[in-house]
Design a protein around this ligand. Structure first.
Ligand code: FES
Length: 254
């Protein structure tokens, strides 16, 4: 029997129906019309933007990662029908709405200075040395408004101006590096790279060394876990899953 050849787009569309698996399309009552890169598509309401893009037949090679709001890969710009304002969101965390015009941003082409954290001095001037543009902040708060994590981005830019590594690190701790803050900044500040630098500096110089980690690294280097690593590497997928589940169940949470 000759197997029917289906196009890659059809197979992606088919695979993406997992988002509504177990549901017959004719039983779906609520549909919305969205526009992807200018083209109209009908998709089931309640899908996330990411699921809707895939449902429409697009295969996301870039612009997708964890699918759970952690990795920052799925930055989206959209406009609602009849509104002037451009909004930003994470595609895996935001539901489609009727009349949304959507555009994925696979990567934020922001400037990033190169530094070697081991050669830096833990001095507040380091922030201005690598990110002089923070002094241009006009306090417009656009960065805070565009943050899908609801972080107070403008506040930690102000902390950076004061050279406060601790405050920048703590306030930006949940940054997922999506880059949406920098895309909208009229002062051309790259807030997410600046805050990452602050966290790296604070982690290396501002916090005490963790003795347990050092001890464990020493044990690994001495080969104390080699036998166990070898055993795990030889497991098949199912055995590996069982070991992982068992370990998670026995884990002590401190
Ligand atoms: S895919 Fe990772 S945050 Fe959306």
């Amino acid at each position: 029997m000759v197997k029917k050849k289906i196009s890659i787009m059809d197979s992606v569309k088919e695979a993406s129906k997992a988002a509504i698996s177990g549901v017959d399309e004719k039983d779906i009552e609520h549909w919305v019309e969205i526009y992807l890169m200018g083209k109209a598509y009908d998709v089931p309401a309640d899908l996330t933007i990411m699921q809707a893009i895939e449902y429409a037949g697009y295969r996301l090679i870039r612009s997708s990662g964890c699918r759970a709001g952690f990795c920052g890969a799925c930055a989206t710009v959209f406009r609602r029908k009849g509104e002037y304002k451009l909004e930003t969101a994470m595609a895996c965390q935001t539901r489609v709405e009727d009349g949304m015009y959507l555009m994925q941003i696979p990567f934020s082409p922001a400037e990033k200075p190169l530094y070697d954290i081991k050669k830096e001095k833990f001095e507040s001037s380091a922030l201005l040395k690598y990110f002089p543009e923070i002094s241009r902040c006009v306090s417009c708060n656009t960065c805070t408004k565009s943050c899908p994590q609801d972080l107070q981005v403008m506040d930690y830019v102000q902390d950076a101006l004061k050279g406060d590594f601790k405050a920048v690190s703590e306030e930006s701790f949940e940054c997922i590096q999506c880059g949406l803050c920098a895309l909208r900044c009229p002062a051309e500040i790259v807030q997410y790279h600046m805050a990452q630098f602050a966290r790296r500096m604070y982690g290396r110089y501002g916090t005490p060394r963790e003795e347990n980690v050092e001890k464990r690294v020493e044990e690994i280097e001495k080969g104390e876990f080699d036998k166990e690593f070898d055993r795990i590497m030889k497991l098949d997928l199912n055995e590996f899953k069982n070991v992982y589940t068992e370990q998670q169940n026995n884990r002590e949470i401190y």
